[in-house]
Design a protein around this ligand. Sequence first.
Ligand code: HAM
Length: 440
Amino acid sequence: MERLPGFRDFYPEPVPSGDALAWSASLRGHIHSTWRRVAQRYGFAEYDGPPLEPLELYKVKSGEEIVQQLYHFVDKGDREVALRPEMTPTLARMVASQARQYKKPLKWFAIPQLFRYERQQKGRLREHFQFNADIVGESDPAADAEVIALLVDTLRAFGFQPADVVVRISSRQAWQEFYRRHTPAELQGPEREYAFYQVIDKWERTSPEETRKKLMELGIGWESVERFLQESVPTQELTAVLENLRARGLSEYVQVDYRVIRGLAYYTGIVFEAFDRQGRFRAIAGGGRYDHLIRLISGGRVDLPALGFGMGDVVLAELIRARGLAPAPPPRVQVFCLVEDESLRAPTLPLVQQLRDAGLAVDHPLGPEKPDKQFKRARDAGARFVVSLARDPDGTIRAQVRDLQTRTSTVCEPDGVLGRIRAALSGAGEAVGSQPGDGP
Ligand code: HAM
């Protein structure tokens, strides 16, 4: 049975080679825990919603491109439903339905798995995890700066430097004004305006001839757009955001770039995207202000300004690997308890249980196996300690604790094993009875 195209399998390390969609579960864990850690540092609270939503939720205002990419079907109750392609409409729906419950501004984050039926290509799959961080209920540009700072600090937490990544900041409002100024009044209209944004969004990926043709159809001159892009004069709002970021010492990570406009239809103000500096990868993250979405989704009942971003794990992981920033996978266990003699399995089990209860990661062989094979298993699992029980001639059971890191070994009663391991882990010096060099 084959895996569906554009979907990944996450394997434990070492990940099988030769399959581009066999991914590392360990790298995924690193990415998710880093996202969560930085979001919490900024005082964001975690939320989540259902992976399946009413189709209608996305038809309202996500924009045509995403609607075309929906995985949707009619469920057994005759409802038109869709797998979530993005988190923002769910957030807007959740906030709208509980708006009175929470003090504003809300600072919320989520790590949903999203589904888009896209053409599979480098950096784009049919499923991805996306870190979402949004602020609801604050219209001051300080909120835009806070969200962009969180984006930058997330990238920094993975080890990226200003030479590696940049957040390009732009303004939908600036483009809106440009559109109104440069389009003959009789050609203006919301659909044509959105079509214009789509042309700008695809500017870098489309040939100048094709772009010129599309602009002409919209009644806009290519030269005026080109000039506007070159000048990229920051709006008042953008200037406030840049100053805020400068005060935080994050200027090196951002630049004004009006080529960014964002494909999604609901953005209203400042918009931004994060890229690798060399421009060899697709966008790592994208976001912006969407001050009318909550009103739209709540049918006018709740009206709150909002903004945020989404950072996918696909391009991010590609970039982490390309820069050699993936951490070594953590050891699977700390302690391995050998069972060298099957008659000692019964007394080994309470020891395994006791160590696990104490919070240690512990493994042991599940069936009879030669001691050297067990030892190899312990090493492969990354165990620092190998514990084995032995019976003295008088029947007393003793434990040997070998520390593979310090290459020392101690002998104690089974009840003393936990204390020895704790002492070694807290760096409390050599345990009584240790014999340097007595490692395996
Ligand atoms: P988006 O630009 O569609 O924005 O997606 C954000 C990021 O998710 C992209 O920059 C990319 O890293 C990743 N991504 C998107 N589609 C795929 C795909 N098919 N495969 C792999 N990665 C992908 C949004 O989704 C907005 N809802 C973000 C947002 C939150 N805006 C405000 N708050």
